[in-house]
Design a protein around this ligand. Structure first.
Ligand code: AMP
Length: 223
């Protein structure tokens, strides 16, 4: 469809793709497709897909291209908010990038790579905790709750994602370097690629991303 946006947010685990993708989706009325969120929901709900992917996710490995691409295809077909899509955590392999090009053949894709220094990444991931009640996110290094391990909003216990444990984080970063970094070259070769420094606060990064998304097709933001 003419004027429809297809934005791919690239970057290592912990660069802030999820936070930024949610904000961009709202501002530009795009459908936000986070494969990590979809797969985690499936695990929580105990569906067939969830049972198939749970162990792989907990080990920090990649789910197979076939399973993930099927999940994405379904979402793209199902979603009729046709201003476009923002993909977060997909594609993570060159095979996935090629598949996305096929199913989005009518929509030009612009890839944006968020880069954050490794030391910062480790703290963002291993320090992340979420509330088991309301889902609010904390970080023990950057935004700790007043009372250790307890949500300041609803008083529930804070929990750590299994794949945010130090040894799994190291594995996720290894997998990223080996399998996902080549996706950057894939998009660079197509000249539809931008890079943004993610080592800054959320607002500054968001400002840069908005400029890129705005100019990625003829459409303007909603506000
Ligand atoms: P994320 O929340 O994006 O870090 O994803 C959490 C986990 O879900 C990853 O470590 C993978 O096990 C799995 N996953 C998410 N997206 C993909 C993808 N595009 N390809 C393969 N596995 C994925």
């Amino acid at each position: 469809m003419l004027g429809r946006k297809g934005i791919v947010l690239l970057g290592a685990p912990g660069v802030g793709k999820g936070t930024q993708a949610k904000m961009l989706a709202e501002k530009f009325a795009l459908s936000h497709i986070s494969t990590g969120d979809i797969l985690r929901d499936a695990v929580r709900a105990g569906t067939e897909l969830g049972k198939n992917v749970r162990q792989v996710m907990e080990a920090g490995e990649l789910v197979s291209d076939e399973l993930v691409s099927e999940v994405v295809r379904e979402r793209v077909l199902r979603d009729d908010r046709n201003r476009g899509f923002i993909f977060d955590g997909y594609p993570r392999t060159v095979a996935q990038a090629e598949y996305l090009e096929k199913i989005m053949s009518d929509t030009p894709i612009h890839a944006i790579n968020l880069h954050v220094d490794e030391e910062q990444l480790l703290k963002r991931l291993t320090g992340r905790r979420s509330c088991s009640g309301c889902g609010r996110i904390y970080n023990v290094y950057f935004s700790p709750p007043e009372k250790e391990g307890i949500c300041a909003v609803c008083g529930s216990e804070l929990v750590q994602r299994k794949d945010d444990r130090e040894e799994v984080v190291q594995e996720r970063l290894r997998v990223y370097r080996q399998q996902t970094e080549p996706v950057i070259a894939f998009y660079k070769a197509r000249s539809n690629y931008s890079a943004v420094d993610g080592n800054r606060d959320v607002k500054a990064v968001f400002g840069d991303l908005c400029k890129i998304v705005s100019s990625s097709s003829a459409e303007s933001p909603l506000r």
